[in-house]
Design a protein around this ligand. Structure first.
Ligand code: ADP
Ligand code: ASP
Ligand code: MG
Length: 451
């Protein structure tokens, strides 16, 4: 079997849904599991409605609710001009009622926990999949019966073992050649049945999880670009599709901000050795990217990515001088506050490190102040240059520094692995930096790699 995941822009309206249905029908012999995102902008609107409710503006929240439900009914009516099938009509009504109740509850308590937010957010994927399943005449499976996660609402972690047996129990019986099954990306549930989400953009991760659990032969990510490009085309219009990527390169690009893939997507695919392809829903016969374990691209530079905003913390302490164990006690503080660190650079009496912009810093800074002084620089961006033979190729760093000569580089990281060179720049410098690097590295060949 194969997994076909379609993102929000691929199911934006009835015309898009028809294209998705046509692609799933074309692949019917492979027994596709179709994993859908919410329709374009729906997740953002659900977040907004929940926040309005929390602020006590129930009218505004319910207005957004009406907009979401009307838009989905509009798509369904376009697909079923002779009238909605009873089951679909009931499902849409039930989801509308559930969202209404959730928003009223949030407004009444003026309290929006991460758990409530996940319950609200799940409505998006549940709506889109109901419509597509009815249009395709396919089985609809509630992903929450399969994707068992922990209770970190908003960015839950899957329990792989249970997920495998739940997929065998709740998905496998419906799958087979000649049949399509439709389920949701992004959502899961804890053992006690509370709805969770895998983090924004998490449907890619769901697709990989389902693919690994079911032993798929291909995990297809259908989106609005012809595969993974040499840079985000919205920033660098000259970016070109990449035909083949190694798992390592793809994982690194996703982790450093290439939004085309959720950062965790590659991990289940690597473990199960399943190729991932990234394709354009509107140009199904156009170019696409294949990501496999076997691919050796041999390229010094494959692509650029950027992640921001991030915050740089510079921790300074005289205790660092000739002291062993300083870094251990420093990172213990980060672990205690569950704040993860990306880039690190050390000097004699200071350490610079980057954390997510929304990391809860107040309590962390208070703890750190016990043994160090901390400088905080917000609104920064990490720029990553990724290529399988980056470290082995003379001239790449020279080319990078040349391209960035007008830009202030605040932090550099290279060498932790062979394939990633990262810079921290101010957020406003990120676009010019990416454009300059793309012109210097991707638009003319970089020197030969050393064996
Ligand atoms: P979907 O809704 O299908 O999941 P996303 O918006 O999450 O789609 O991801 C696709 C978008 O990712 C593209 O429209 C593009 O702007 C952005 N993107 C960022 N980096 C890259 C890259 N290296 N290659 C292709 N697209 C990229
Ligand atoms: N609908 C979710 C989001 O917008 C998940 C996804 O699209 O992958 O983040
Ligand atoms: Mg996405």
């Amino acid at each position: 079997m194969i997994v076909m995941k379609f993102g929000g822009s691929s199911v934006a309206d009835a015309a898009c849904m028809r294209e998705v249905a046509a692609l799933a029908t074309e692949a019917l012999a492979n027994g596709p599991l179709v994993v859908l995102s919410a329709t374009a902008k729906t997740t953002d609107t659900l977040f907004e409605a929940a926040r309005r409710a929390e602020a006590g503006d129930l009218d505004a929240a319910l207005e957004l609710h009406r907009g979401i439900i009307q838009r989905h009914r509009g798509i369904a009516e376009d697909l079923f001009p002779a009238g909605l099938p009873g089951e679909l009509d009931l499902a849409l009504a039930a989801l509308g009622a559930e969202l209404d109740l959730l928003l009223r509850g949030v407004a009444l308590l003026r309290e929006l926990s991460a758990r409530s937010m996940d319950a609200v957010a799940s409505i998006g994927e549940r709506l889109s999949t109901r419509i597509l399943a009815a249009h395709l005449g396919a089985a609809w499976v509630d992903a929450r019966t399969v994707v068992r996660t922990d209770d970190r609402h908003g960015s839950a972690l899957p329990h792989f073992k249970e997920l495998n047996s739940l997929a065998a129990q709740h998905l496998a019986p419906f799958l087979g050649p000649g049949r399509a099954v439709v389920t949701q990306g992004y959502i899961g549930a804890t053992a006690s049945g509370h709805t969770t989400t895998l983090g924004r953009g998490g449907s890619d991760y769901s697709a990989a999880l389902f693919g690994a659990a079911l032993g798929a032969t291909d995990i297809q990510i259908w989106t609005d670009v012809e595969g993974v490009l040499t840079c985000d085309p919205r920033v660098v219009p000259e970016a070109q599709p990449i035909a083949e990527l190694s798992f390592m390169e793809a994982a690194e690009l996703a982790a450093f901000g290439a939004k085309v893939l959720h950062p965790a997507t590659i991990q289940p695919a690597v473990e199960a050795g399943i190729p991932v392809t990234v394709r354009h829903t509107r140009r199904p016969h156009g170019r696409f990217t294949t990501i496999t374990a076997e691919v050796r691209t041999g390229r010094p530079v494959t692509a650029l990515a950027a992640r921001g905003p991030i915050t740089v913390l510079t921790v300074s302490s005289a205790h660092m001088l000739n002291q062993s164990g300083f870094l251990a006690s420093l990172f213990q503080v980060f672990a205690r506050h569950r704040i993860s660190v990306d880039l690190i650079a050390t000097a004699e009496v200071s350490v610079s490190l980057t954390v997510d912009a929304d990391a809860p810093l107040d309590a962390l800074l208070e703890d750190l102040s016990a043994f160090a002084t901390v400088g905080v620089a917000r609104d920064r961006t990490i720029i990553a240059i990724v290529g399988e033979r980056l470290k082995l190729t003379p001239g790449v760093t020279g080319r990078c520094f040349g391209a960035l000569r007008e830009i202030n580089i605040e932090m550099i990281s290279m060498g932790a692995n062979e394939i990633n060179l990262s810079f921290v720049v101010r957020q406003e410098d990120a676009k010019p930096a990416l454009r300059a690097l793309h012109a210097a590295l991707m638009e003319r060949p970089v020197g030969e790699a050393q064996p």
